[in-house]
Ligand binder design. Sequence first.
Ligand code: SF4
Ligand code: SF4
Length: 390
Amino acid sequence: MSKELREFHEDVWHCSKCFCCAFINPYYLTDENYYYGCPAGKYFEFDSHHASGRMELARGIIEEEIPYPTEKMLEIIYSCTTCGLCNANCSFLKGLEPVEVIEAVRRKLVEDGIAPLPKHKKFAESTEKNHNPYGEAHKKRTRELKDAKINPNAESIYFIGCTSSYRTKDIASATIEILNKLDIDYTIMGDEEWCCGSPLFRTGQMKIAKEVMEHNINTIKENFPNAKRILFSCAGCYRTFITDYKKFELDFDIKLVHMCEFLQDLINDGKIELPKKDELITYHDPCHLGRHCDVYEPPREVIKSIANLIEMPRNRINAWCCGSGGGVKSAYNEMAISTAKERIEEAKSTKAEFLMSTCPFCQLNLAQANKQSSEKIKVLDLVEYINKLI
Ligand code: SF4
Ligand code: SF4
């Protein structure tokens, strides 16, 4: 079960306001232009918008010192992308995980009827009605994926996710083409796939998050009884299944595999041979995959087996967030785009031809920022790149 806010009372007192959560750990600093770590703190330029400020706000709420609601307070709590850079620094230094506290504050605000924000309420209503947060009709979910297989007896399920179903559709198509070309025994869930629950869980809307999670797990158990593995091309869905489903005690014994791990295994086992390309690629770690699931090397190994990889100054545990997570893209789009623009500039500083990632939500935001940039870099997902080579 998720912890209640009051259970973090001791933690919030242990925050020493040292501000180590705001910046890249100096040990890893390679470029003085890229020393900042907290995207919300950088954008709003107030102490309050860093993890330390949110810890203090949490203390004030727990001790009933803060008379809420105020709009500013909601902005502080909901402008956090939940990227986890503060967790990485603070858990190492002080044993604290500010993101857990911030998400507990959000749950409490929703419980008390003060949140969600209007934009977050809207995507929850859409999820109740359409099973996706984008306001799209459910029947359109897999309509364009004509070549996708539906097989109740398959051993692997490809969980597509809402973003690739309705926005970055090329990622879903590329994944399906890869699975078809490799003759993998897989199925999609078709109309039975609902939102994984990530945007609801991250914004504190637990009732509807639980409903969609229960639906997905019950459907998998009932409709796909032979499934031993779920494949994900979305880092957000993958992380949610790994870390959040268990908070509702949803019990399932199925291996969860991101496509970058799947591809790495195939390459290591000699099951696919890919041509060498003389191309320079830089890799953006999605927060969901990297800091939240500790998956850093598989995508890099896949890239290195084909092309040349060059790291951005902030990479792996210190990666700069794309800016869209935690409900920020819908509620604070300017901040999301500003954060993504900084990532685009950082990627271009490497002179790479491609900025590659493994998350459709990162890609969506990075591509929008790239469009607004005078000099462009090619933004694409690992599966799109690999699909062209198989
Ligand atoms: S959250 Fe952790 S790293 Fe940030 S100011 Fe508090 S103690 Fe320091
Ligand atoms: S999760 Fe990211 S955006 Fe939120 S406080 Fe921590 S470093 Fe800042």
